[in-house]
Write a protein that binds this ligand. Structure first.
Ligand SMILES: [Zn+2]
Length: 436
Protein backbone atom coordinates (compact mmCIF):
# COMPACT_ATOMS: atom_id res chain seq x y z
CA UNK A 1 0.00 0.00 0.00
CA UNK A 2 1.12 3.53 -0.42
CA UNK A 3 0.33 6.58 1.57
CA UNK A 4 -2.36 9.00 0.55
CA UNK A 5 0.09 11.86 0.86
CA UNK A 6 3.31 11.51 -1.04
CA UNK A 7 5.30 13.94 1.05
CA UNK A 8 7.65 11.19 2.07
CA UNK A 9 8.89 8.91 -0.63
CA UNK A 10 8.71 5.35 0.54
CA UNK A 11 11.87 3.41 -0.08
CA UNK A 12 10.46 0.68 -2.26
CA UNK A 13 13.97 0.40 -3.53
CA UNK A 14 14.69 -2.18 -6.14
CA UNK A 15 18.26 -3.31 -6.19
CA UNK A 16 19.85 -2.99 -9.58
CA UNK A 17 21.98 -5.87 -8.46
CA UNK A 18 19.34 -8.24 -7.16
CA UNK A 19 21.41 -11.37 -7.24
CA UNK A 20 22.51 -14.33 -5.28
CA UNK A 21 25.74 -12.58 -4.48
CA UNK A 22 27.02 -13.14 -1.00
CA UNK A 23 28.82 -9.82 -0.79
CA UNK A 24 30.12 -9.29 2.69
CA UNK A 25 28.36 -6.67 4.76
CA UNK A 26 31.29 -4.36 5.33
CA UNK A 27 29.84 -2.67 8.36
CA UNK A 28 27.82 -4.92 10.56
CA UNK A 29 25.03 -2.80 11.88
CA UNK A 30 26.13 -0.70 14.76
CA UNK A 31 22.73 0.14 16.17
CA UNK A 32 20.48 -2.40 17.84
CA UNK A 33 17.49 -1.56 15.76
CA UNK A 34 18.61 -1.82 12.15
CA UNK A 35 19.45 -3.11 9.81
CA UNK A 36 19.82 -0.26 7.45
CA UNK A 37 21.32 -0.95 4.12
CA UNK A 38 24.80 0.27 3.36
CA UNK A 39 25.81 1.43 -0.08
CA UNK A 40 26.89 -1.18 -2.56
CA UNK A 41 25.42 -4.04 -0.66
CA UNK A 42 24.06 -6.90 -2.64
CA UNK A 43 21.01 -8.47 -1.20
CA UNK A 44 20.75 -12.20 -0.98
CA UNK A 45 17.35 -13.32 -2.13
CA UNK A 46 18.32 -16.83 -3.07
CA UNK A 47 16.29 -18.45 -0.34
CA UNK A 48 12.97 -17.06 -1.51
CA UNK A 49 10.46 -19.49 -2.93
CA UNK A 50 9.75 -19.71 -6.64
CA UNK A 51 6.16 -20.44 -7.66
CA UNK A 52 7.10 -24.07 -8.30
CA UNK A 53 8.72 -24.35 -4.87
CA UNK A 54 5.68 -22.79 -3.23
CA UNK A 55 3.38 -25.30 -4.96
CA UNK A 56 5.53 -28.24 -3.87
CA UNK A 57 5.64 -26.97 -0.32
CA UNK A 58 1.86 -26.51 -0.15
CA UNK A 59 1.23 -29.96 -1.59
CA UNK A 60 3.52 -31.56 0.97
CA UNK A 61 1.84 -29.69 3.79
CA UNK A 62 -1.57 -30.81 2.59
CA UNK A 63 -0.39 -34.42 2.49
CA UNK A 64 1.01 -34.24 6.03
CA UNK A 65 -1.94 -32.38 7.54
CA UNK A 66 -4.03 -35.50 8.24
CA UNK A 67 -6.92 -34.06 6.30
CA UNK A 68 -6.99 -30.78 8.22
CA UNK A 69 -5.92 -28.72 5.23
CA UNK A 70 -7.46 -28.80 1.79
CA UNK A 71 -5.38 -27.19 -0.94
CA UNK A 72 -7.27 -25.77 -3.91
CA UNK A 73 -6.44 -23.76 -6.99
CA UNK A 74 -8.80 -20.81 -6.66
CA UNK A 75 -7.94 -19.41 -10.08
CA UNK A 76 -5.07 -18.39 -12.28
CA UNK A 77 -3.17 -15.24 -12.95
CA UNK A 78 -4.18 -13.72 -16.23
CA UNK A 79 -2.17 -12.82 -19.28
CA UNK A 80 -5.17 -11.59 -21.31
CA UNK A 81 -6.97 -8.26 -20.89
CA UNK A 82 -10.41 -9.75 -20.38
CA UNK A 83 -10.26 -12.98 -18.51
CA UNK A 84 -9.20 -16.26 -20.06
CA UNK A 85 -9.57 -16.01 -23.80
CA UNK A 86 -7.86 -19.34 -24.20
CA UNK A 87 -6.21 -21.88 -21.96
CA UNK A 88 -2.92 -20.37 -23.11
CA UNK A 89 -3.82 -17.11 -21.41
CA UNK A 90 -3.83 -18.79 -18.03
CA UNK A 91 -0.79 -17.92 -16.04
CA UNK A 92 0.17 -19.31 -12.67
CA UNK A 93 -2.19 -21.05 -10.23
CA UNK A 94 -3.39 -19.02 -7.23
CA UNK A 95 -3.69 -21.33 -4.23
CA UNK A 96 -5.98 -21.27 -1.25
CA UNK A 97 -5.17 -23.47 1.75
CA UNK A 98 -8.44 -24.18 3.56
CA UNK A 99 -8.59 -25.16 7.22
CA UNK A 100 -12.29 -25.77 7.76
CA UNK A 101 -15.17 -24.81 5.52
CA UNK A 102 -17.42 -21.78 5.24
CA UNK A 103 -19.61 -22.99 8.11
CA UNK A 104 -21.63 -19.98 9.33
CA UNK A 105 -21.48 -21.36 12.88
CA UNK A 106 -17.74 -20.92 12.95
CA UNK A 107 -15.69 -17.75 13.02
CA UNK A 108 -13.99 -17.31 9.66
CA UNK A 109 -10.75 -15.56 8.83
CA UNK A 110 -9.18 -15.06 5.40
CA UNK A 111 -5.50 -14.20 5.03
CA UNK A 112 -3.81 -13.12 1.81
CA UNK A 113 -0.17 -12.28 1.16
CA UNK A 114 2.05 -11.05 -1.64
CA UNK A 115 -0.60 -9.08 -3.49
CA UNK A 116 2.49 -7.08 -4.40
CA UNK A 117 4.94 -9.56 -5.88
CA UNK A 118 7.96 -7.92 -4.29
CA UNK A 119 6.59 -8.42 -0.76
CA UNK A 120 7.92 -11.86 0.01
CA UNK A 121 7.94 -12.28 3.73
CA UNK A 122 4.16 -12.29 3.91
CA UNK A 123 4.13 -15.47 1.83
CA UNK A 124 6.79 -17.04 4.02
CA UNK A 125 4.88 -16.14 7.15
CA UNK A 126 1.76 -17.65 5.57
CA UNK A 127 3.64 -20.90 5.01
CA UNK A 128 4.76 -20.91 8.66
CA UNK A 129 1.14 -20.47 9.73
CA UNK A 130 -0.03 -23.26 7.43
CA UNK A 131 2.71 -25.49 8.79
CA UNK A 132 1.69 -24.88 12.38
CA UNK A 133 -2.01 -25.34 11.66
CA UNK A 134 -1.20 -28.61 9.88
CA UNK A 135 0.58 -29.99 12.92
CA UNK A 136 -0.95 -31.77 15.91
CA UNK A 137 -1.47 -30.21 19.29
CA UNK A 138 -4.09 -28.96 21.65
CA UNK A 139 -3.72 -25.30 20.72
CA UNK A 140 -4.32 -25.96 17.02
CA UNK A 141 -7.14 -28.36 17.79
CA UNK A 142 -8.99 -25.79 19.88
CA UNK A 143 -8.55 -23.14 17.24
CA UNK A 144 -9.79 -25.26 14.36
CA UNK A 145 -12.78 -26.54 16.32
CA UNK A 146 -14.11 -23.01 16.40
CA UNK A 147 -12.47 -21.10 13.58
CA UNK A 148 -12.14 -21.72 9.85
CA UNK A 149 -8.97 -20.27 8.38
CA UNK A 150 -8.34 -19.83 4.69
CA UNK A 151 -4.92 -18.70 3.54
CA UNK A 152 -3.81 -17.49 0.10
CA UNK A 153 -0.05 -17.18 0.47
CA UNK A 154 0.78 -15.61 -2.90
CA UNK A 155 -1.92 -13.81 -4.84
CA UNK A 156 0.44 -12.15 -7.33
CA UNK A 157 2.46 -15.09 -8.64
CA UNK A 158 3.53 -13.26 -11.82
CA UNK A 159 5.18 -10.39 -9.98
CA UNK A 160 6.60 -12.74 -7.35
CA UNK A 161 8.41 -14.88 -9.86
CA UNK A 162 9.31 -12.23 -12.44
CA UNK A 163 12.60 -12.63 -14.25
CA UNK A 164 14.77 -9.89 -15.68
CA UNK A 165 18.05 -10.38 -17.51
CA UNK A 166 18.08 -14.00 -16.48
CA UNK A 167 17.66 -13.29 -12.80
CA UNK A 168 14.80 -13.49 -10.33
CA UNK A 169 13.41 -9.99 -10.14
CA UNK A 170 10.18 -9.68 -8.16
CA UNK A 171 7.88 -6.78 -8.98
CA UNK A 172 4.97 -5.02 -7.37
CA UNK A 173 2.76 -5.41 -10.43
CA UNK A 174 0.91 -8.22 -12.16
CA UNK A 175 1.59 -9.11 -15.79
CA UNK A 176 -1.16 -8.05 -18.13
CA UNK A 177 -1.62 -5.69 -21.07
CA UNK A 178 -4.31 -3.03 -21.36
CA UNK A 179 -6.03 -3.68 -24.69
CA UNK A 180 -9.33 -1.79 -24.35
CA UNK A 181 -10.74 -2.86 -27.72
CA UNK A 182 -10.65 -6.47 -26.52
CA UNK A 183 -13.16 -5.63 -23.82
CA UNK A 184 -15.43 -3.56 -26.02
CA UNK A 185 -13.96 -0.14 -25.27
CA UNK A 186 -12.61 2.30 -27.88
CA UNK A 187 -8.96 1.57 -28.65
CA UNK A 188 -7.86 4.94 -27.32
CA UNK A 189 -9.52 4.51 -23.92
CA UNK A 190 -7.13 5.55 -21.16
CA UNK A 191 -5.94 2.70 -18.96
CA UNK A 192 -6.91 2.52 -15.28
CA UNK A 193 -4.57 4.79 -13.32
CA UNK A 194 -2.91 1.84 -11.60
CA UNK A 195 -1.66 0.39 -14.89
CA UNK A 196 2.10 0.21 -15.26
CA UNK A 197 2.46 0.45 -19.03
CA UNK A 198 6.21 0.15 -19.39
CA UNK A 199 6.77 -2.47 -16.73
CA UNK A 200 9.04 -0.56 -14.41
CA UNK A 201 9.93 -0.37 -10.75
CA UNK A 202 11.58 2.28 -8.68
CA UNK A 203 15.28 1.59 -8.59
CA UNK A 204 17.39 1.01 -5.52
CA UNK A 205 17.41 4.01 -3.20
CA UNK A 206 14.74 5.57 -5.39
CA UNK A 207 17.29 6.58 -8.00
CA UNK A 208 15.30 6.45 -11.20
CA UNK A 209 13.45 3.43 -12.47
CA UNK A 210 14.38 0.01 -13.74
CA UNK A 211 12.40 -0.98 -16.82
CA UNK A 212 11.85 -4.73 -16.89
CA UNK A 213 9.43 -4.32 -19.74
CA UNK A 214 6.31 -6.32 -18.86
CA UNK A 215 3.20 -4.19 -18.36
CA UNK A 216 0.79 -4.97 -15.56
CA UNK A 217 -1.45 -3.60 -12.82
CA UNK A 218 -1.20 -2.80 -9.18
CA UNK A 219 -3.60 -5.56 -8.17
CA UNK A 220 -4.19 -3.78 -4.88
CA UNK A 221 -6.05 -0.97 -6.63
CA UNK A 222 -8.13 -3.23 -8.89
CA UNK A 223 -10.76 -4.19 -6.29
CA UNK A 224 -14.12 -2.46 -6.00
CA UNK A 225 -16.62 -2.19 -3.13
CA UNK A 226 -19.10 -3.40 -5.73
CA UNK A 227 -17.69 -6.93 -5.71
CA UNK A 228 -19.64 -7.81 -8.85
CA UNK A 229 -18.30 -4.92 -10.90
CA UNK A 230 -17.24 -6.01 -14.39
CA UNK A 231 -16.46 -3.64 -17.23
CA UNK A 232 -18.35 -5.86 -19.67
CA UNK A 233 -21.56 -5.57 -17.63
CA UNK A 234 -21.53 -1.79 -17.63
CA UNK A 235 -22.56 0.78 -20.18
CA UNK A 236 -19.29 0.74 -22.10
CA UNK A 237 -19.42 4.38 -23.17
CA UNK A 238 -19.95 5.35 -19.54
CA UNK A 239 -16.89 3.30 -18.53
CA UNK A 240 -14.84 4.86 -21.35
CA UNK A 241 -15.64 8.42 -20.32
CA UNK A 242 -15.00 7.53 -16.66
CA UNK A 243 -11.55 6.24 -17.61
CA UNK A 244 -10.83 9.15 -19.92
CA UNK A 245 -11.33 11.72 -17.18
CA UNK A 246 -8.64 12.36 -14.62
CA UNK A 247 -11.28 13.52 -12.17
CA UNK A 248 -12.68 9.98 -11.98
CA UNK A 249 -9.80 7.72 -13.08
CA UNK A 250 -7.98 7.94 -9.74
CA UNK A 251 -7.53 6.37 -6.30
CA UNK A 252 -10.70 7.87 -4.85
CA UNK A 253 -12.74 5.30 -6.78
CA UNK A 254 -12.82 1.54 -6.80
CA UNK A 255 -10.87 -0.37 -9.41
CA UNK A 256 -12.17 -2.07 -12.54
CA UNK A 257 -11.61 -5.75 -11.72
CA UNK A 258 -9.57 -6.17 -14.87
CA UNK A 259 -7.12 -8.58 -13.24
CA UNK A 260 -7.92 -12.26 -12.85
CA UNK A 261 -5.99 -12.14 -9.58
CA UNK A 262 -8.37 -9.62 -7.96
CA UNK A 263 -11.36 -11.51 -9.36
CA UNK A 264 -10.03 -14.78 -7.97
CA UNK A 265 -9.45 -13.40 -4.48
CA UNK A 266 -12.87 -11.77 -4.52
CA UNK A 267 -14.55 -15.02 -5.52
CA UNK A 268 -12.87 -16.73 -2.55
CA UNK A 269 -13.99 -13.87 -0.30
CA UNK A 270 -17.58 -14.21 -1.51
CA UNK A 271 -17.57 -17.97 -1.00
CA UNK A 272 -16.10 -17.74 2.49
CA UNK A 273 -17.74 -14.55 3.81
CA UNK A 274 -15.09 -14.11 6.48
CA UNK A 275 -15.57 -12.23 9.74
CA UNK A 276 -11.97 -11.06 9.50
CA UNK A 277 -9.74 -10.40 6.52
CA UNK A 278 -5.99 -9.83 6.83
CA UNK A 279 -3.67 -8.69 4.04
CA UNK A 280 0.09 -8.78 4.57
CA UNK A 281 2.34 -6.15 2.96
CA UNK A 282 5.79 -4.64 3.18
CA UNK A 283 6.55 -0.97 3.61
CA UNK A 284 9.47 1.38 4.13
CA UNK A 285 11.58 2.15 7.16
CA UNK A 286 10.97 4.41 10.11
CA UNK A 287 11.70 4.84 13.77
CA UNK A 288 9.22 5.25 16.60
CA UNK A 289 9.99 8.89 17.39
CA UNK A 290 12.80 11.38 17.87
CA UNK A 291 13.23 10.06 21.40
CA UNK A 292 12.78 6.37 20.65
CA UNK A 293 14.94 5.30 17.74
CA UNK A 294 13.81 1.70 17.62
CA UNK A 295 13.18 0.68 14.02
CA UNK A 296 9.46 0.00 13.58
CA UNK A 297 9.05 -3.67 12.56
CA UNK A 298 5.40 -3.51 11.60
CA UNK A 299 2.45 -1.17 11.21
CA UNK A 300 -1.21 -2.14 11.51
CA UNK A 301 -4.48 -0.60 10.35
CA UNK A 302 -8.15 -1.38 10.99
CA UNK A 303 -9.44 1.18 8.48
CA UNK A 304 -8.27 1.96 4.93
CA UNK A 305 -11.40 3.30 3.23
CA UNK A 306 -13.99 6.01 3.84
CA UNK A 307 -17.72 5.54 3.17
CA UNK A 308 -18.14 5.04 -0.57
CA UNK A 309 -20.76 5.78 -3.21
CA UNK A 310 -20.56 3.67 -6.35
CA UNK A 311 -20.33 6.20 -9.22
CA UNK A 312 -22.12 3.86 -11.62
CA UNK A 313 -25.00 2.57 -9.48
CA UNK A 314 -25.22 5.18 -6.72
CA UNK A 315 -25.13 2.39 -4.16
CA UNK A 316 -23.60 3.38 -0.84
CA UNK A 317 -21.10 1.39 1.18
CA UNK A 318 -19.82 1.97 4.67
CA UNK A 319 -18.08 0.08 7.44
CA UNK A 320 -20.66 -0.91 10.05
CA UNK A 321 -19.89 -0.01 13.64
CA UNK A 322 -19.68 -3.59 14.91
CA UNK A 323 -17.42 -4.47 11.99
CA UNK A 324 -15.12 -1.56 12.87
CA UNK A 325 -15.14 -2.54 16.55
CA UNK A 326 -13.97 -6.09 15.80
CA UNK A 327 -11.36 -4.70 13.37
CA UNK A 328 -9.95 -2.52 16.12
CA UNK A 329 -9.98 -5.47 18.52
CA UNK A 330 -8.10 -7.64 16.03
CA UNK A 331 -5.49 -4.92 15.46
CA UNK A 332 -5.25 -4.10 19.17
CA UNK A 333 -4.71 -7.73 20.15
CA UNK A 334 -2.04 -8.00 17.46
CA UNK A 335 -0.20 -4.96 18.76
CA UNK A 336 -0.46 -6.21 22.37
CA UNK A 337 0.94 -9.59 21.38
CA UNK A 338 4.16 -7.95 20.21
CA UNK A 339 4.76 -5.96 23.41
CA UNK A 340 7.76 -7.56 25.05
CA UNK A 341 9.36 -4.98 27.26
CA UNK A 342 11.34 -2.38 25.38
CA UNK A 343 12.19 -4.81 22.58
CA UNK A 344 12.22 -4.12 18.88
CA UNK A 345 9.07 -6.26 18.55
CA UNK A 346 6.90 -3.86 20.47
CA UNK A 347 7.76 -0.78 18.41
CA UNK A 348 4.57 -1.01 16.39
CA UNK A 349 2.70 1.88 14.80
CA UNK A 350 -0.49 2.57 12.95
CA UNK A 351 -0.30 2.72 9.18
CA UNK A 352 -0.88 6.27 7.83
CA UNK A 353 -4.46 7.33 7.23
CA UNK A 354 -5.58 6.38 3.71
CA UNK A 355 -8.76 6.23 1.67
CA UNK A 356 -8.31 3.44 -0.88
CA UNK A 357 -11.60 1.80 -1.90
CA UNK A 358 -9.77 -0.06 -4.70
CA UNK A 359 -7.69 -2.11 -2.28
CA UNK A 360 -8.71 -5.60 -1.27
CA UNK A 361 -8.89 -4.49 2.36
CA UNK A 362 -10.90 -1.38 1.53
CA UNK A 363 -13.39 -3.16 -0.72
CA UNK A 364 -13.89 -6.05 1.72
CA UNK A 365 -14.22 -3.80 4.77
CA UNK A 366 -17.01 -2.01 2.92
CA UNK A 367 -18.65 -5.43 2.58
CA UNK A 368 -19.07 -6.26 6.27
CA UNK A 369 -15.69 -7.75 7.09
CA UNK A 370 -13.35 -6.57 9.83
CA UNK A 371 -9.89 -5.98 8.46
CA UNK A 372 -6.29 -5.83 9.52
CA UNK A 373 -3.55 -4.43 7.34
CA UNK A 374 -0.12 -5.74 8.30
CA UNK A 375 2.81 -3.78 6.90
CA UNK A 376 6.18 -5.40 7.53
CA UNK A 377 9.30 -3.28 7.57
CA UNK A 378 11.36 -3.02 4.39
CA UNK A 379 10.88 -4.25 0.85
CA UNK A 380 12.32 -7.62 -0.03
CA UNK A 381 14.83 -6.00 -2.37
CA UNK A 382 16.09 -3.74 0.40
CA UNK A 383 16.32 -6.16 3.27
CA UNK A 384 16.74 -9.46 1.48
CA UNK A 385 16.53 -12.17 4.11
CA UNK A 386 18.00 -9.99 6.84
CA UNK A 387 15.73 -10.10 9.87
CA UNK A 388 13.35 -12.37 7.94
CA UNK A 389 12.89 -14.63 10.95
CA UNK A 390 11.99 -11.78 13.26
CA UNK A 391 9.77 -10.10 10.68
CA UNK A 392 7.86 -13.31 10.04
CA UNK A 393 7.19 -13.49 13.77
CA UNK A 394 5.60 -10.05 13.65
CA UNK A 395 2.97 -11.68 11.42
CA UNK A 396 2.61 -15.17 12.84
CA UNK A 397 2.49 -14.28 16.55
CA UNK A 398 -0.32 -11.73 16.21
CA UNK A 399 -2.30 -13.98 13.90
CA UNK A 400 -2.17 -16.94 16.28
CA UNK A 401 -3.34 -14.67 19.07
CA UNK A 402 -6.22 -13.57 16.82
CA UNK A 403 -7.08 -17.20 16.01
CA UNK A 404 -7.21 -17.99 19.72
CA UNK A 405 -9.17 -14.86 20.52
CA UNK A 406 -11.74 -15.75 17.88
CA UNK A 407 -11.84 -19.38 19.05
CA UNK A 408 -12.57 -18.64 22.72
CA UNK A 409 -14.39 -15.36 22.16
CA UNK A 410 -11.90 -13.35 24.20
CA UNK A 411 -11.19 -11.06 21.26
CA UNK A 412 -14.55 -9.41 21.87
CA UNK A 413 -13.30 -8.29 25.29
CA UNK A 414 -10.30 -6.38 23.93
CA UNK A 415 -10.49 -2.65 24.58
CA UNK A 416 -10.69 -0.77 21.28
CA UNK A 417 -8.92 2.14 22.96
CA UNK A 418 -5.74 0.06 22.72
CA UNK A 419 -6.01 0.39 18.95
CA UNK A 420 -6.73 4.09 19.10
CA UNK A 421 -3.63 4.51 21.28
CA UNK A 422 -1.21 2.76 18.92
CA UNK A 423 1.28 5.48 17.93
CA UNK A 424 0.70 7.09 14.56
CA UNK A 425 3.20 6.53 11.75
CA UNK A 426 6.13 8.90 12.02
CA UNK A 427 9.82 9.42 11.41
CA UNK A 428 9.97 7.86 8.00
CA UNK A 429 13.44 7.08 6.74
CA UNK A 430 13.15 7.89 3.06
CA UNK A 431 16.52 6.50 2.10
CA UNK A 432 17.75 3.58 4.19
CA UNK A 433 21.31 4.09 2.98
CA UNK A 434 21.53 7.50 4.58
CA UNK A 435 19.78 6.52 7.79
CA UNK A 436 17.61 9.60 7.77
ZN1 LIG B 1 2.09 -3.93 -0.60
Amino acid sequence: MEKKFSKVILPTALALTVSVSSAAYANPQSTPNGPYIEDNQNISLSSYMSNAELATKLQKLEASSNGKMKLEVAGYSNLAPDGYQTEADKGEPIYVAKFGDNDPNKKRILITAQIHGNEQIGAEAAIDIIQKLSSNGKEVEEILENVSIWIMPRINPEGADNQYEGKWYPTRYTHQTWLPENIGLPADTVAPWYYNSDGSERAQNNEGRVVYGIPGYDQNRDYNPNLDFRVENQDLSEVASFLNSQSTNNSKYGGFYVTAEARTVTSVFKEFQPDVYVDVHHRGFNTVSDEDNRSVPVQFAAVVADPYTDPFTGEQYEVDEDVLTLAKQVNALSALTLQKGQSHFGAVQKYPDVNLPGTALGAFALNDTSIMLIEIKGQSQTLGQKQAGMLKETVTQPLFAVFQGLADGSIYEVDTQVYDDIPEASNSISDPTSRN
